[in-house]
Design a protein around this ligand. Structure first.
Ligand code: FES
Length: 330
């Protein structure tokens, strides 16, 4: 989504991805800030693009075969075009580098989605928090909150003002938007702004790990379901030792052994059983699978604590089993 996500609370509204990739063309590339371009995509055949909700992302498949997730940041009510914001990453593994260096208008691309893990919904009021390119999923939420006449505020941080995309549009909202370029204004005063719990207020945030961890810590006293965050990358974590288990695919009745050190997704693929997947890191939601029996060991960055406790779905690219056997709706 930008690059992707964890919902720390709240139940994500599941949005079905398109069954096969859409053929699109890059119609416009525009410089938005230092190191950031926006990219417009249109259907190759001129068809309307699937509907999406604020916070949604797509999986973009580049001509090199690389697949990356980016948040949709254009107008939610324009079915003729999707807009993405792409920051050139210094440590690019080929995705943002390709978009910045090689992608040109008219070039055909493939796209999967849109899909939303954010679960943006109506609330009494909103506090939006964005760090850098994390503004991309937040921008459509801001527009939506404004069109609903909701009470909202955005705190937007970045290294420098020049590196922060979409500032011009955001300035139109006046004092609802507070901008924090770290070099001149300093960092977002997170602890201060969330010190007091405000009933009816929901927080939606996207940004680098440092921002999201600080927000999670600062909002530990907030009610479950009021803070929704999206991460760019999976957190490094100490994982319980992997143990082998078996997966039963309910539809075909086939049983597949999942050894230690191999994901369910990989084990299924090696057995010739195909399943939807994109990021393969527990971030994008493509491999969302219903659990019919057994207890999952959740290792994704998407499900909230209550979703995890329900145990009825899992992301098979990273999550494993706490029981010797899982029955999945595959
Ligand atoms: S969550 Fe992205 S492929 Fe599994």
């Amino acid at each position: 989504m930008t690059q992707l996500s964890e919902l720390t609370a709240g139940t994500p509204k599941r949005q079905s991805p398109a069954s096969s990739p859409l053929e699109v063309v890059a119609s416009q590339l525009r410089w938005e800030a230092e190191g950031v371009v926006s990219l417009q995509l249109r259907s190759r055949t001129g068809e309307r693009l699937p509907r999406w909700e604020p916070g949604a992302h797509v999986d973009l498949i580049l001509p090199t075969g690389i697949e990356r997730q980016y948040s949709l940041c254009g107008p939610v009510d324009d079915p003729s075009c999707y807009q993405l914001g792409v920051r050139r990453e210094r440590t690019s593994r080929g995705g943002s580098e390709y978009v910045h260096a090689f992608l040109r208008p008219g070039q055909p691309l493939l796209l999967k989605g849109p899909r939303s893990n954010f679960g943006f919904r109506r609330a009494g009021s909103y506090l939006f928090i964005a760090g850098g390119i994390g503004i991309t999923p937040i921008l459509p939420m801001v527009r939506q909150a404004q069109s609903w006449g909701a009470d909202w505020q955005l705190l937007y941080g970045g290294h420098t003002a020049d590196s922060m995309p979409f500032l011009e549009e955001l300035r139109e909202y006046g004092p609802r938007v507070r901008v924090f370029p770290a070099d001149t204004v300093g960092r977002i005063p997170l602890t201060e702004v969330v010190a007091q719990v405000r009933p009816e207020l929901e927080i939606f945030a996207c940004g680098p790990e440092s921002l999201i961890s600080a927000l999670n810590e600062a909002t530990a006293h907030w009610p479950a379901g009021s803070v929704h965050v999206e991460r760019f990358k999976s957190r490094p974590r100490v994982r319980s030792e992997d143990t082998p288990f078996e997966v039963v695919c309910a539809a075909s009745g086939r049983t597949v052994e999942v050894p230690a050190g191999r994901s369910i997704l990989n084990a299924l693929e090696e057995a010739g059983i195909r399943s939807a997947a994109s990021c393969r890191s527990g971030l994008c939601g493509s491999c969302d699978t219903a659990v019919l029996d057994g207890v999952p060991d959740h290792r994704d960055e998407i499900l909230s604590e209550s979703d995890r406790a329900a145990g009825d779905r899992m992301f098979i690219c990273v999550s494993r089993a706490r029981t010797p056997r899982l029955v999945l709706d595959l």
